[in-house]
Design a binder for this molecule. Structure first.
Ligand code: HSE
Length: 437
């Protein structure tokens, strides 16, 4: 059978990696897919730019629409990133009856519902394994491998840049800004690094994971998102003394009243495997009722790790090119007419434990005032750590770990603590998850 012709939008890091992997592993890929997969047409913004791949045998253009409108191309691979142009091109490809593979997490998180609807009407596939956690086949694992389970929760380190920063702050005692500058130099960070450090990139990915885990529509605008920019070296150190690591976690949890969707810095016990995922690596823990906790670990970005996921999607699409659309794996794991309308909980209805750091006057009764406020809000304390005042200073840092409580109760407690005359600065609050069953 003749090879399937593929059009690539974007020939940068991931596009170049995809061409290289398809070429290098052509024989194995053909044996798996049942047909060869050949990139025949590609678009790039700057045709003169040096590439990590050879473009021999590929028709190049600066106009992505030419690729999308090429009648020979059966599958369009969208690797240009961003949302607006990518959305137009993907919708156009679908309208032209082409299957789509994309690594674009922002596109799927924001416009996935619309795109999948259009794809269903046209009977084409839209595959997006590379959009979440780069090379880790997490979409496939949740959508297919765990299909027998009721997923209870998942928690992931799904932004490599943020993890690189927190790891260097802990291991090398460096400051946030200094490590961010290095991550940008090394090319890990998004074009706009606030997407990484403010948790937006992780929120895009969490939106996708939650949809396929719980069978809910994509709801990016309902994700609570908090970045890592306020984390200090001192917090990283105190967490360590208490047996915890601070990670920027994306968490989706099925609660009694709805679904929690949140991205924020989180203390997790250092003995958990995921607490030891360092540098730019990604990992996701998924808790299924039947299987228990499972952990997926690997490179979350980079040319060939991401290409690994793109090529796997291409193989999947080629395998089912001729199959009846009704019999394909649904985009969001659950049948489209069986999606659930479970509400996404507002953050004040979320239940979690907390790390609190207070800057307090070193005099009798201060701790009593604080613990009374917590008791009034029905918040139970798990441990307290009081540090020596620094030389020449009269204030001391007090670190409290609490048991689980509603965020609403904690907000009220913090407001009351912050107005005590013995407390001099805003309370530093970091959420804490045991990540046990
Ligand atoms: N900027 C992202 C990260 C790249 O740091 O993980 C992969 O999505």
């Amino acid at each position: 059978m003749k090879p399937v012709k593929v059009g690539l939008l974007g020939l940068g890091t991931v596009g170049g990696g995809t061409v290289n992997v398809l070429r290098r592993n052509a024989e194995e890929i053909t044996r798996r897919a049942g047909r060869g997969i050949q990139v025949t047409h590609a678009s790039a913004r700057d045709l003169k730019k040096a590439r990590i791949c050879s473009t021999e045998g590929i028709r190049l253009t600066a106009q992505p629409l030419e690729v999308v409108n090429d009648p020979e191309v059966k599958i369009v691979v969208e690797l240009i990133g961003g949302t607006e142009l990518a959305r137009d091109l993907v919708n156009r490809a679908i309208a032209n009856g082409k299957h789509v593979v994309t690594a674009n997490k922002a596109l799927i998180a924001r416009y996935g519902n619309e795109i999948f609807n259009a794809a269903r009407k046209q009977g084409v596939m839209v595959a997006f394994e590379a959009a979440v956690a780069g090379g880790i086949p997490i979409i496939k694992a949740i959508r297919e491998g765990l299909a027998g389970n009721r997923i209870e929760w998942l928690a992931g380190i799904i932004n490599g840049t943020g993890n690189f920063i927190l790891t260097a702050m802990r291991d090398e005692g460096r400051d946030f800004a200094d490590v961010l500058a290095e991550a940008q130099r090394l090319g890990y960070a998004e074009a706009d690094p606030t997407f990484d450090v403010e948790g937006i990139d992780a929120a895009h990915k969490l939106t996708i994971l939650a949809a396929i885990a719980f069978g809910i529509p994509l709801q990016f605008d309902k994700v609570y998102t908090e970045g890592i920019t306020r984390i200090t070296r001192a917090d990283v150190g105190y967490a360590e003394q208490l047996g915890y690591r601070i990670k920027h976690l994306a968490i989706a949890r099925r609660a009694a009243a709805g679904i929690e969707l949140r991205v924020h810095p989180t203390l997790i016990p250092e003995r958990r495997l995921i607490a030891n995922v360092d540098g730019v690596m990604n990992a996701v823990v998924v808790m299924g009722d039947a299987v228990g906790p499972t952990l997926y670990y690997g490179a979350g970005a980079g040319a060939e790790p991401t290409a690994s996921a793109v090529v796997a999607d291409l193989v999947d699409v080629v395998r089912v090119l001729t199959s009846d659309p009704e019999n394909r794996v649904p985009h969001l794991a659950f049948q489209p007419d069986a999606l659930s309308d479970l509400p996404i909980l507002p953050m004040d209805q979320v239940e979690t434990a907390y790390y609190l750091r207070l800057q307090a006057a070193d005099r009798p009764g201060v701790l009593a005032d604080v613990t009374r406020i917590l008791a009034d809000q029905d918040i139970s304390i798990e441990s307290i750590l009081q540090k020596e005042p620094l030389a020449g200073e009269s204030e001391v840092p007090i670190i409290l770990l609490t048991h689980r409580t509603l965020e609403k109760n904690m907000n009220q407690a913090i407001s009351r603590i912050e107005v005590l005359s013995s407390i001099s600065a805003k309370v530093m609050r970091i959420r804490l998850e045991q990540l046990s069953r």
